[in-house]
Write a protein that binds this ligand. Structure first.
Ligand code: TYM
Length: 352
């Protein structure tokens, strides 16, 4: 049988990239037979960006509401908060203890944080080939959790012995590390405990910003116009899409390299409508950019409006959400705890 694991950080209401890159895929996977599904709201990962405890708790609940509103059925899928299951942190430590620092130094997400930090520091820009790694001065101001974050992600996945992990493209390198750690653990402790999990990507594995189609859509982009969130009003959605950059080529065609802006909008349209982007482009080939944008906006509004509505209703019922999460956390803990005991036994730690 297949076992799916995936996670999402509770950083506010999901944006369209989260939805089309993974959440929609999580929802469809619920239709597969003989498949166990574990979806985690990874509040421990969220701690790597310091924030107000009240806000973190609120955003964690908000994420649960968003996921259920998107169609995650908490009876079918085990929807739970990561910090409710202690074994995630425990396995994180064990895996961290066998992870060479060099493997983490290679992570592009970490490297971009280093570069960002370096650009903000005073002596920035002096040397293009500057060696940026965990030892460099730029790293000194960054948090350890940010560096070891992919190890925690590997722990999440391996704890459940997941066979499949649906993610967006920006998580592929982290997933690769989880695969490497599965093999490395087995070798280190002479076991066949873990098998490397397989990633699952969608056609919209990388939804681009509505301000700059060469950057990915992200919750951390300071410009709110760059993304659509699942709580946006119809009006906001229409306006953001109308203002998205396109190009001066006549007619519509799908060509992400030559026409990144138009192609991003077509991909969004296609994913919302569950059609192929190439096919959609052919159907729209005679349209102007403005006409095409109208189609895209309508498709997004149609998809998002019911989610927004349902999310609002769910947020009005925090007791329901809390109950659902607690029940599911019991289910997650049962699987995780059993797994952890076997790992502890193998490694030489205390087990019951
Ligand atoms: P996070 O919370 O940043 O994002 C959640 C998911 O959304 C995807 N995503 C996108 N997909 C397409 N286009 C975009 N513009 C876009 N932006 C975000 C991400 O790829 C991700 O799949 N480390 C993870 C959470 C995590 C996890 C795990 C995932 C923790 N443990 C175990 C899988 C398995 C993260 O920060 O995702």
């Amino acid at each position: 049988t297949k076992r799916v694991f995936s996670g999402i950080q509770p950083t506010g209401v999901p944006q369209l990239g989260n939805y089309l890159g993974t959440i929609k895929n999580w929802v469809s996977l619920q239709q597969e037979k003989d498949t166990e599904l574990f979806y985690s709201i990874v509040d421990l990962h969220a701690l790597t960006v310091p924030r107000d405890p009240k806000q973190l708790r609120r955003e964690t609940t908000e994420m649960a509401a968003a996921l259920i509103a998107c169609g995650i059925d908490p009876k079918r899928s085990v929807l739970f908060r990561q910090s409710a299951v202690a074994a995630h942190s425990q396995l994180h430590w064990v895996l961290g203890s066998i992870t060479p620092v060099g493997w983490l130094n290679r992570m592009t997400q970490w490297k971009s944080k280093l570069h960002q930090q370096n650009a903000e520091s005073e002596d920035a820009g002096s040397d293009e080939e500057l060696q940026l790694n965990v030892h460099s001065s730029a790293a000194q101001g960054l948090l350890t959790g940010l560096f070891t974050y992919p190890v925690l992600m590997a722990a999440d996945i391996l704890l459940y012995r997941a066979t499949h992990v649906p993610v967006g493209e920006d998580q592929v390198q982290h997933l690769e590390l989880a695969r490497d750690l599965a093999v490395h653990f087995n070798k280190t402790f002479k076991t066949k405990r873990f098998s490397p999990p397989t990633g699952m990507l969608t056609a919209t594995k990388r939804v681009m910003s509505l301000k700059d189609p060469l950057r990915k859509m992200s919750k951390s982009d300071p410009n709110e116009q760059s993304r659509i969130t699942l709580s946006d009003t119809d009006d906001q959605i229409v306006k953001k899409i109308k203002k998205a950059p396109t190009d001066a080529i006549t007619g519509i065609s799908f060509d992400p390299k030559a026409r990144p802006g138009v192609s991003n909008l077509l991909s969004i349209y296609a994913a919302m409508k569950d059609v192929d982007a190439q096919v959609a482009a052919v159907e729209m080939r005679e349209m102007s950019n403005a006409q095409m944008k109208e189609m895209v906006a309508q498709a997004v509004v149609e998809g998002v409006a019911p989610i927004r509505q349902r999310m609002r209703e769910l947020m009005d019922d925090p007791a329901y959400l809390d109950n659902v999460l607690r029940d599911n956390e019991d289910r997650a803990r049962e699987t995780a705890e059993k797994s952890w005991q076997e790992i502890a036994q193998r490694v030489g730690l205390v087990c019951r």
